[in-house]
Design a protein around this ligand. Sequence first.
Ligand SMILES: Nc1ncnc2c1ncn2[C@@H]1O[C@H](COP(=O)(O)OP(=O)(O)OP(=O)(O)O)[C@@H](O)[C@H]1O
Ligand SMILES: [Mg+2]
Length: 393
Amino acid sequence: MDWIKPKTITGSPAEGDCYLRRQYINDEFWEKIRNNEHILFVAPRRVGKSSVMKDLENSPEGCVAVYQNIESDRNQREFFKRIFLLLLDRLKGHNRFIKRVGQWIKQRGIGEISAEGIKFESKELSYKEELLGLIEELGKEEDLRIVMMLDEFPDVIQAIAKNDGDEAAIETLRTLRKIRHDKEFKQFSFVFAGSVGLRHVVATLDRESLINDLAPVRIDKLSDPEAHELLNLLLNGVTMQMGLQERDYLLDKITYLLPYHIQLMVEKCDIILYVTKTTVITRQDIDKAFDEVIKEGRNFNDWETRLTRYLVKEDSKYCIEILTRAAHIEGYTIQDAFNHSKKAAPVTGYKALLDDILIKDGYLVEENGRYFFLSPFLREWWKNRHPEFEIED
Ligand SMILES: Nc1ncnc2c1ncn2[C@@H]1O[C@H](COP(=O)(O)OP(=O)(O)OP(=O)(O)O)[C@@H](O)[C@H]1O
Ligand SMILES: [Mg+2]
């Protein structure tokens, strides 16, 4: 028998056949863009921000939407260079711009552009100035909007602060704000997202005012019907058969309905069936898949390494210790988290770490002064990874 596997994507942004579009997110997004707003996607880790942004590249008439993951940019110059080149590259395929941009580039003595490619004069450019000039030039094109979606933007701001200094990071934020506000750039929209909260990064620079004009668009976990819709999408036409009760059982087991977790489970269930050469999934198979996903761990390590990467040592240590306690003690209390902060001595206030990192980034939820893991997947993984902790008096 030919085995037909589900087309799962587990890790990179979901696209094509295995992407579940939530039209209301796209609608809210374009509505805001039409109102000249600039957007910040707000969502905990792994909820699907990058997938949504990639999907939004399918833009309506009169709009050119460009998506890019800019994580690798390490300083201010690289950042502005990247946006400048990206814009040129995307515009060269548009009949409408090629002439205007071609003339502008020649006039600036930068080089030449055609549908085939861009040829640069070999000379040093101030990419920031050129970018501002290019955007202004594009603004002369009537009824046209350019939407620039920058993924992992907070990461880049953090890297600029580290490599070029805080002032350079602040200046970058200020330049982007100028593009958002000055009328000569009014046809240009910015969209930011990242797996670290932008507000958190900007707060460390003490310049919250430089991003408070951004309109938040929330992306949440899936509702129950949406989760079923995704299962339908993934299981359509494949060899594995999953009855309605088993689907409910699987979703119940995941609890926190991230599309990512659904994809992981479907992928694993398929492998289990393939090995045993059966076609119908049972609850035991689902339990086994759940345990294997956790044991494998490759998908969850990142939740821990992020904390050490983005927080100062004392803070990340405190967060990790709190997560270990919350994984072992169902309903870990705020009072205990406070007591532990006296001993662990994080640099940032303990409540800010709980609220702005552990809750906002999707690790924990708080109910009546008690903390619970949002995802049983992550909780089990965390317990496995940190099997014990020191009991406090
Ligand atoms: N709309 C969707 N339909 C189907 N699967 C999805 C969807 N959105 C996300 N996924 C699943 O979740 C995974 C992570 O998605 P994505 O990279 O878009 O999340 P993210 O929020 O950008 O994550 P990070 O916080 O790590 O940047 C994908 O590999 C895919 O398995
Ligand atoms: Mg992402």
